[in-house]
Write a protein that binds this ligand. Structure first.
Ligand code: ADP
Ligand code: ADP
Length: 226
């Protein structure tokens, strides 16, 4: 049984556009899967469907042996990191990290422990009292990742998290994510259109085209052109 299993998932939007066409994929525990493919091929629709931000029009999603596509997003135990950070602008970094836990009724000492642990891991301890607009793009993206990490989810979804950063910072964050991945060995799906990112991060790359899987393989399989 995989950590995440997509079984013949379908998404047809209300306007009739069939964005995902009966796609199946089995992801192993701790595996880092990168989704690539041309703009409009359905990457974002797939992530949003797994997170529960879109409802499927067919198929099933399981986390372990639990069916989740019929559950509301909050019950799915998934954390998503977006490219636009999605931080609360009026809250400090500390509160941005703590917010979701507080909402779930986690005890204050436990929240504090988790926030500090994530802040250590991401090296944002010095910014806990700042607000998002007082941070650089890279620092904001770390906070966004911290917010996912404190929730200790069964699955991480990354929707082009580095695409708003300049080239130098992207390269740096790419390596940071790689390190985090080794430390946390958390099951992850990462969407990107950057080949270097895909090659650096992926255990397995899934190439999509027109809402279907075109190829699945290791970075070597997919990008090695003899
Ligand atoms: P990608 O992330 O690979 O760029 P998307 O998942 O965003 O692709 O989109 C897949 C296809 O579905 C595209 O053709 C897009 O135009 C279409 N699409 C996305 N969202 C909607 C929507 N809300 N209503 C109708 N069509 C949509
Ligand atoms: P509220 O406005 O919700 O009462 P507080 O500012 O009192 O929130 O903080 C709630 C908890 O978070 C307290 O236990 C406080 O010690 C802790 N806290 C808030 N900001 C920080 C920070 N920058 N560093 C460490 N702990 C913090």
């Amino acid at each position: 049984m995989g950590a995440l299993t997509l079984t013949s998932i379908e998404k047809t939007y209300p306007n009739g556009h069939r964005a995902v066409k009966g796609l199946s994929l089995d992801i192993e525990p701790g595996e880092f899967v990168v989704l690539v493919g041309p703009s409009g091929c359905g990457k974002s629709t797939i992530l949003r469907s797994i997170a529960g931000l879109e409802s499927l029009t067919g198929g099933e999603i399981h986390i372990g042996d639990r069916r989740v596509d019929t559950e509301p997003p909050a019950k799915r135990d998934i954390a998503m990191v977006f490219q636009n950070y999605a931080l609360y602008p009026h809250m400090t970094v500390y509160k941005n990290l703590a917010y979701g836990l507080k909402n779930r009724g986690v005890e204050a000492t436990e929240i504090d422990r988790k926030v500090r642990e994530a802040a250590d891991l991401l090296q944002i301890n010095d910014y806990l009292d700042r607000k998002p607009q007082q941070l650089s793009g890279g620092q904001r993206q770390r906070v966004a990742m911290g917010r996912a990490i404190v929730r200790d989810p069964q699955l991480f979804l990354f929707d082009e998290p580095l695409s708003n950063l300049d080239a130098k910072l992207r390269a740096h964050m790419r390596l940071e994510i790689k390190k985090l991945q080794r430390k946390l060995s958390a099951t992850s799906i990462f969407v990107t259109h950057d080949q270097v990112e895909a090659m650096t991060l992926a255990d397995r790359i899934v190439v999509l085209n027109g809402g279907e899987i075109e190829q699945v393989g290791t970075p070597r399989d997919v990008y090695h052109r003899p």
